[in-house]
Design a protein around this ligand. Structure first.
Ligand SMILES: N#Cc1c(-c2ccc3ccn(Cc4ccc(CN5CCCC5)cc4)c3c2)n[nH]c1N
Length: 229
């Protein structure tokens, strides 16, 4: 059963990259189907409007609920998971990507302006799995880039998508922290040599060196990922 993904957005062109590379191959192979829907196709006024002023005041505009209700109703089933990207969401992570990769149907609601009327989440929450997710602690201009990131991170974990499942095995065995540095040919580049140990063929020494490098980089770049932190 392929993973089905429906993306609802006012900027369908943002999702053209999903036809390329690994995401494109995943669709051609039938492992995943991705459909992009223009939210404005679900409006009923001649201006095809999707936003209005916020109740309670405040800057900017909020996306009105009805076009979202029409658009989501057009694709939703009882097997659907509705993903709503938002700065206020739970943090998206590799474990969440793995969960989404094993879903049957994902609907991504890509908001713009200052977000989507909260009643859309409230309406679908009793009916299907609804997840408000954030990709990080910074504010984007909308949910489209976040949706691209979440789709790419999740689809690459769908069995059969990655040509070399070995890399997933290595990822899953990764010690807590960031990965070790990687090198390839040439052995010397602009006077810089590849670390000798990597050319030695001593796999135990290489594994030890890589673990040490991972710890050094994690301590420097991501101390929050160190065990016990
Ligand atoms: N995932 C993810 C995201 C997003 C994201 C996701 C979806 C939408 C839809 C619209 N925007 C823009 C925006 C701009 C300002 C605010 C704050 N305002 C304060 C008072 C009312 C809102 C809210 C949203 C979005 C941003 N940003 N960063 C992430 N990691």
């Amino acid at each position: 059963m392929p993973l089905r993904i429906d993306v609802i957005t006012i900027f369908p062109d943002y999702f053209a990259p999903l036809q390329l590379s690994l995401m494109g191959k995943a669709q051609q192979s039938g492992l995943v189907t991705i459909a992009i829907h223009d939210l404005r196709e679900f409006t009923s006024d001649r201006h095809r409007s999707v936003d209005d002023t916020p109740y309670g005041g405040g800057a900017g505009m909020v996306m009105t609920p009805e076009p979202w209700g029409q658009a989501i109703d057009a694709v939703v089933t009882d097997q659907s998971t509705l993903i709503v990207p938002t700065p206020a969401g739970k943090l998206f992570s590799q474990p969440v990507a793995a969960e989404l990769a094993h879903s049957t149907h994902l609907i991504f609601a890509c908001g713009r302006y200052e977000g989507i009327d909260q009643r859309v989440v409230e309406y679908y929450r009793p009916r299907i799995d609804v997840r408000e997710l954030s990709i990080g602690d910074y504010v984007l201009a909308g949910g489209d880039v976040a949706t691209l990131a979440m789709i790419e991170a999740s689809v690459r974990l769908v069995p059969g998508v990655l040509g070399n499942p070995e890399s997933l095995v290595e990822e899953s065995h990764q010690l807590p922290g960031v990965e070790y540095p990687s090198y390839t040919k040439p052995p010397t580049w602009r006077g810089l040599d590849v670390p000798e140990v990597l050319l030695s063929g001593h796999h135990d020494q290489i594994a030890r060196w890589r673990a040490e490098q991972s710890t050094i980089r994690t301590t420097h770049n991501r101390p929050d990922l160190l065990p016990g932190s």
